[in-house]
Ligand binder design. Structure first.
Ligand code: NA7
Length: 854
């Protein structure tokens, strides 16, 4: 007799439900696993269409939690076919006695949270009611086929097949006239099999897809050897990788090599027959449309090589979307199908289907009769299976209602208002953008650990906080924003289901990063969660520290380079190092004109560089002071940033040099900065600027100088400045704020580097001068309007923010922007870190506002 009250109810007995059952038992939790099918396997149970195959190699798409399986189970191919994967699931279920813990042919109709009992009540299709403390949806991401939204689907009297619900006994199409609707992965995999049997095959294509040959065969010996040589290392590499598959990471932009070189590199990736390799050939395929287009061109050239009729080849060639933004496919002889005389391709964008009829399909004035129609039209992905169950949380809120504008989760695992409710590979987690096996295991282990921890500490409920959920939403959006996904209509975006909210459903920040974030949330006392039970409460609002994904990627790459610390170098060495680094960066956008010259500094001539916009002048003028801790840099060292601001704000930027420490210590840089401002004020017209429209700007130490000269201009009768734009400025060298401790290590500008800068620049006594620490000025009243930009992970964050608050308190109009997930240096990395774009756009509009109305 099955228990009616258990610790955990799990819905689904695919690879997620199976592993969770195993772990729950091991930890002594009672459980019920409810499965709609009559066997284990989940996706591999349902998707039995001919040719169904895993696109991830078997070395990587297998359980890691039972190491014995590696020896016990021999995969016959590199990419296993559905029957073999199903047999694997059955083998594991038998080996670990999982069948005894699973109720088959049972659907969950309804689940409701009982807030007084602190339990879930589950109603099943068999009329059973089960109560449980914890409720886990292990229902898979692509398990609810979407309704084929084509008129007349119910009229057809012939055979109808849906790839995701294929008959277990198989289908013989021999001698039949067959229509296939859809050209996603399921169609691409099944088509060669259907075509080999059918008398006539008509393929109705709405959007062509990118696909590459799987080059299937035995498991690749190099991968198997690596796995066998050091299983733990190999699997850890997978877990910490971007996609859940150990892979060589790209080091070069697709735009940094010639087209021939790019194609040669892509050919090498292509030959590997690994789905994720093409996209990983270059660093910028996912984020830069021009780079992506190189890949698209290559993929299209491959289609034209195979398909003999150029018009058909062109119809099969994707033109409208970036590679990878719709699920790229792997095939075995897919494009070859279209060379067969009995196969016809119909582009329904040009020849729309008007209706399915009793005998066939009407489209564009034609009627074709069919014996069978195959719908390969996809799934209500990621959220479909979850909201299909009537799930009611606290205060009668249903999940369907809560998610009507898009799924909201914390870490893709939990959601506010639904205590003790968990999703495995849910929306907001890497799931479908990863090797699912790696992601499944991670989620199962996280849930297991959470349950064990709660039991150990006597907590009964866990629920994310609203703030944490909102932070996660923002972070997911930040990640999505830097990619090309949002421009494409894909099921990743919910765009395949009419009326579904448009949001990137999976988390695109990477498997390894995601794992780190989830682990950190748990290790730091369930950050972002509230736990309750036995009269106790633990509220740890969080949030988890969320770096912009591209910034973190850059830090990861830098970590592998093992660069020497700046503070261990002499100033000359540090300057050489910075100069060398600058030669490798992207140059920044073109501007109208760049002119170099010299101006009289406080102690001799110094260089400047003018950046003029392409528009007709005269322009407002921004005197810009470069960063580099008063020790490094020059009038050209912030070149990409100056170009970017010039272009975005349509202002003239004059980047001025100043003398550097330790050769010229404080206040030499201030004296030169002040001399530069005065010189610009006098010569603005000659330089092509508007003499009555001058602002100052600077980054880091340059931000410090800009703030100081703004005060000097106020105190010395001009020039009258229109504004001051301070990017991550140094404002107080007399003390170290909390952000020094919080962000002192690991984010390029470290506490030690900052101390090295200060020590070269100014004595302890001098640091108290208002010309070194503008925050210490007795009054900040009557200063020009300011925009102050700080980075969340910058040691200088708090002093920048403090200056903004102090200015506001003194009545100065201030715009403050704390750049989420940014470090001290990342906002200046034009064309390298897309996440800085919106920050610089704000900076540019700040500059425009300084000069607005004049
Ligand atoms: P997909 O990838 O969603 O593909 C569905 C296909 O069906 C795709 O080509 C759709 O065109 C097409 N489709 C959907 N609705 C229609 C209508 N109404 N008319 C014509 N064509 C339509 O699903 P799959 O099952 O192939 O693959 C799912 C995933 O399973 C796969 O990505 C792997 O992760 C495994 P569209 O592109 O929407 O224009």
């Amino acid at each position: 007799m099955a228990e009616k009250d258990v610790d955990v109810v799990v819905v689904g007995a695919g690879f997620a439900g199976m592993y969770l059952l195993h772990e729950l038992r091991k930890q002594g939790f009672s459980s019920r696993v409810l499965e709609a099918g009559d066997d284990v396997g989940g996706t591999w149970y349902w998707n039995r269409y001919p040719g169904a195959r895993c696109d991830i190699a078997t070395t990587d798409y297998q359980y890691t939690w039972d190491p014995e399986l590696l020896d016990e189970w021999q995969w016959s191919e590199k990419h296993a076919a559905q029957p073999e994967i199903l047999r694997y699931a059955q083998y594991v279920a038998k080996k670990h006695d999982l069948y005894s813990g699973i109720d088959f042919e049972v659907r969950v109709d309804k689940a409701a949270w009982d807030d007084s009992a602190k339990k879930w009540t589950i109603h099943t299709s068999t009329g059973e009611t089960i109560t449980c403390r914890h409720y886990v949806m292990a229902t898979g991401c692509l398990s609810v086929p979407k309704d084929p939204d084509i008129p007349g689907t119910d009229r057809f009297k012939g055979n109808v097949y849906v790839t995701g619900r294929w008959p277990h006994e198989g289908v013989d199409f021999t001698g039949q006239r067959v229509a296939v609707i859809g050209t996603g992965s399921s169609a691409i995999q099944s088509m060669p099999h259907i075509a080999s049997q059918a008398k006539q095959l008509v393929v109705f294509q709405r959007t062509p897809n990118f696909s590459m040959p799987a080059f299937n065969g035995p498991q690749p010996p190099d991968r198997v050897a690596r796995l066998k040589a050091d299983r733990i290392a190999y699997q850890n590499e997978a877990r910490m990788s971007p996609t859940g598959v150990p892979m060589e990471m790209a080091t070069v932009s697709a735009l940094a090599v010639s087209r021939e070189e790019a194609f040669a590199m892509l050919e090498k990736s292509w030959r590997k027959g690994e789905l994720l390799q093409i996209g990983a050939t270059f660093t910028d395929v996912g984020i830069n449309r021009a780079a992506n287009e190189v890949v698209c061109d290559f993929m299209r050239s491959k289609i034209h090589e195979v398909v003999k009729d150029p018009e058909t080849a062109e119809t099969l060639s994707p033109r409208g979307h970036a590679y990878g933004t719709k699920r790229p496919c792997m095939d075995t002889n897919y494009f070859e199908v279209f060379n067969m005389p009995h196969v016809r391709l119909v582009d329904i964008r040009k020849k729309p289907i008007t209706s399915i009829t009793e005998t066939g399909i009407d489209f564009d004035g034609e009627s074709i009769e069919f014996d069978s129609i195959v719908y390969a039209t996809g799934f209500d992905a990621m959220t479909g299976a979850i909201v299909n169950v009537d799930i009611t949380g606290k205060n009668g809120l249903t999940l369907k209602k809560k998610w009507e504008n898009g799924p909201l989760t914390y870490l893709g695992l939990t959601t506010v208002g639904f205590p003790n409710f968990y999703m495995i590979t849910g929306p907001g987690s890497p799931s479908v953008l990863s090797n699912m096996m790696v992601s499944i295991e991670q989620h199962v282990e996280w849930i297991r650990d959470a349950l064990v921890d709660m039991r150990d500490k006597g907590f009964e409920t866990i629920e994310p906080t609203a703030a944490a959920e909102e932070d996660w939403r923002v972070h997911c959006t930040d990640c999505a924003d830097i990619t090309l996904f949002q421009d494409t209509n894909s099921w990743y975006m919910g765009a395949n289901v009419p009326g579904k909210p448009r949001v990137l459903l999976p988390y695109i920040g990477g498997v390894g990063r995601y794992r780190r974030i989830c682990t950190e949330a748990m290790q730091r006392g369930f950050l972002g969660f509230e736990l309750q039970g036995n009269g106790k409460q633990q509220l740890n609002p969080g949030p988890v520290r969320l770096m912009q994904p591209d910034v973190e990627m850059m830090l990861d790459v830098m970590a592998t380079l093992e660069l020497p610390p700046i503070e261990a170098m002499s100033p000359a060495e540090a300057r050489g190092f910075m100069d060398a680094s600058a030669t490798m960066r992207a140059p920044g956008p073109d501007v109208g004109e760049i002119v170099d010259g010299t101006f009289p500094g406080a102690d001799g001539d110094l260089e400047y560089r003018v950046y003029r916009p392409a528009s007709a002048g005269p322009h407002p003028v921004v005197v810009y002071y470069h960063g580099g801790g008063w020790v490094l840099g020059s009038h050209t060292s912030d070149d990409p940033l100056c170009r970017d601001l010039c272009k975005r704000a349509d202002v003239m930027i004059i980047s001025v040099n100043y003398r550097h420490a330790p050769e010229a210590r404080f206040p030499a840089a201030v004296d030169d900065a002040w001399a530069a401002l005065q010189w610009v004020a006098k010569n603005a017209s000659v330089l092509g600027g508007k003499p009555d429209q001058i602002a100052v700007a600077g980054w880091s130490a340059g931000g410090n100088l800009a703030a100081v000269v703004a005060q000097m201009a106020r105190d010395n009768g001009g020039p009258k400045l229109k504004g001051q734009l301070l990017l991550t400025p140094v404002t107080d060298g007399s003390r170290q704020s909390a952000s020094y401790i919080e962000n002192g290590e690991g984010y390029v500008l470290t506490k030690n580097v900052m101390e090295w800068f200060w020590n070269h620049y100014a004595s302890a006594e001098d640091r108290k001068s208002v010309k070194a620490s503008p925050l210490l000025a007795p009054s900040l009243a009557n200063l020009p309007p300011a925009m102050i930009v700080t980075g969340q992970f910058d040691p200088l964050r708090d002093e920048g923010n403090a200056y903004a608050h102090a200015l506001a308190d003194a009545g100065v109009p201030v715009k403050r922007l704390q750049a989420r997930g940014h470090i001290h240096t990342s906002i200046t990395m034009v064309d390298m870190l897309p996440s800085g774009q919106s920050v610089r756009a704000h900076m540019a509009s700040g500059l425009r506002e300084f000069f607005a109305g004049e």
